[in-house]
Design a protein around this ligand. Structure first.
Ligand SMILES: Cc1cc2nc3c(=O)[nH]c(=O)nc-3n(C[C@H](O)[C@H](O)[C@H](O)COP(=O)(O)OP(=O)(O)OC[C@H]3O[C@@H](n4cnc5c(N)ncnc54)[C@H](O)[C@@H]3O)c2cc1C
Length: 402
């Protein structure tokens, strides 16, 4: 039995940032981070779009708005210290109808209220100067949006955590925890821990992990796979930075967008389709147990009923590449079907309550002997350093109060 003060479950960006901050704040604490896979950032953190979001979309006053704007600055400084490339390629959100132009004004106000600097609405002519191949009536320009390789960020966080005295245990899956009577026994697939506090940062598995600690999370993680198509490198001159549509205000996704990656490649996506397995990156990946878990949740059916039309549109987009291509062509008309090939997928953890409501804001809940990160969707990669600092602050108070 390993004696420790804190066990962190999950070696994604949120778990790693929490571990690093807590270890640096409290060097004497013994902290073990357990990751079930054989490397860090193996799930959402290593399969995302690589965007440092500026903070435009989020409800003013929400945790997302605050931690994204602060988190982006903190992440840029962190990357500078670790010689990780951050490319400030800028982003445009393109409006093609009058209604979308009105939406842009709302996004401008919202972003400005959130503290995002230098946002501007571009006319058609100004848009052509920023992105010559994009078609649109108007666009919202966010010059400071940037891109990064989040896998490198995760590796650097793990290194800093270990340098400060922390222990990263790979291939160590959390299985169960004893009752929170002062100290807690934690059983994993490779060792047992005796600890004061558990921090659950298990991403796609966060609800299962909370349940196995005896906490009712009050929500269910519904996995949504997002597929990306790659743009033929010979056509990369068509795209300069990040090109997004105006999002559907009723949905939590930003819409199929065009993303430049730090290696210079260009990706189109992601769509958003229900995954039958939480870590199912291929269309054929299927888990009867996990799919039954989704289908047996009343909140899932209420979510389906409420979003039937967009759900059908997403299925259509998944099954018919032509629809996906059409989405890209609405932004950059010169993209042809032959320019795009299937590339990769990521799976997003979307938290849904029993009423079928998608939980929008980050959700971090305290329970006896534990802190649970129950909802950390996009922009949690951008915000990861500040989410980690926020959780580490809560953990420090709990430990000092013991
Ligand atoms: C397709 C896609 C595109 C995205 N694009 C962006 C973007 O451009 N910008 C942005 O800011 N955000 C983006 N996001 C969101 C962002 O990537 C996630 O919000 C963020 O990575 C969440 O980090 P996490 O640490 O909470 O979860 P994860 O990265 O999923 O980490 C959880 C970890 O817990 C481990 N784990 C689970 N169960 C156990 C267990 N029982 N025992 C031990 N370990 C366990 C998992 O293996 C995993 O490594 C995107 C997400 C996706 C999927």
């Amino acid at each position: 039995m390993t004696q420790t003060d804190v066990v962190i479950v999950g070696g994604g960006l949120v778990g790693l940032a929490t571990a690093m901050h807590l270890q640096e704040m409290q060097p004497r604490l013994k902290i073990s981070l357990c990751e079930k896979d054989d490397h860090v950032a193996a799930q959402q953190s290593g399969h995302n779009s690589g965007v440092l979001h500026a903070g435009i979309y989020y409800q003013p006053g929400s945790l997302k708005a605050r931690l994204c704007v602060e988190g982006k600055q903190a992440l840029i400084a962190f990357c500078e210290r670790h010689a990780i490339a951050v490319i400030r390629c800028g982003k445009i959100i393109v409006a093609n109808t009058e209604a979308e132009c009105n939406q842009l004004e709302l996004l401008l106000d919202r972003g400005t209220e959130n503290g995002v600097a230098d946002l501007a609405i571009l006319s058609q002519q100004e848009l052509r100067q920023v992105e010559p191949h994009v078609r649109g009536l108007k666009a919202l320009h966010s010059p400071h949006s940037a891109i990064v390789d989040y896998r490198l960020v995760a590796q650097a966080l793990a290194k800093d955590f270990q340098a400060a005295g922390g222990k990263v245990c790979l291939q160590t899956e959390f299985v169960s925890a004893g009752p929170p009577n002062g100290r807690r026994r934690v059983v994993t697939t490779s060792e047992e821990f005796d600890t004061r506090l558990i921090i659950n940062c298990a991403g796609l598995q966060a609800d299962f992990v909370a349940q196995s600690m005896g906490t009712d999370p009050g929500l269910r993680i519904i996995p949504f796979r997002g597929e990306f198509l790659g743009l033929d490198p010979a056509r990369s001159h068509l795209v300069k930075g990040l090109i997004y549509p105006v999002p559907n205000p009723d949905l939590p996704f930003l819409g199929v967008h065009i993303t430049t990656m730090v290696n210079g490649s260009i990706e189109v996506g992601p769509n958003a389709i229900l995954a039958t397995r939480r870590e199912g990156y291929q269309l054929k990946d299927f888990s009867l147990k996990e799919f039954a878990n989704t289908l047996s949740y009343p909140g899932f059916w209420r979510l389906v009923a409420r979003n039937f039309a967009p759900g059908v549109a997403e299925i259509n987009r998944t099954l018919r590449k032509s629809v996906f291509v059409e989405n890209a062509r609405q932004l950059v008309p010169e993209i042809a079907a032959g320019d795009l090939t299937p590339l990769r997928a990521g799976v997003r953890a979307m938290a849904v309550d029993r009423g079928g409501n998608l939980i929008d804001d980050f959700r971090i809940e305290e329970a006896p002997g534990a802190i649970h990160v129950l909802n950390a969707p996009s922009p949690a990669a951008t915000s990861s350093l500040m989410i980690g600092k926020f959780i580490a602050g809560k953990a420090e108070l709990r430990i000092n109060a013991d």
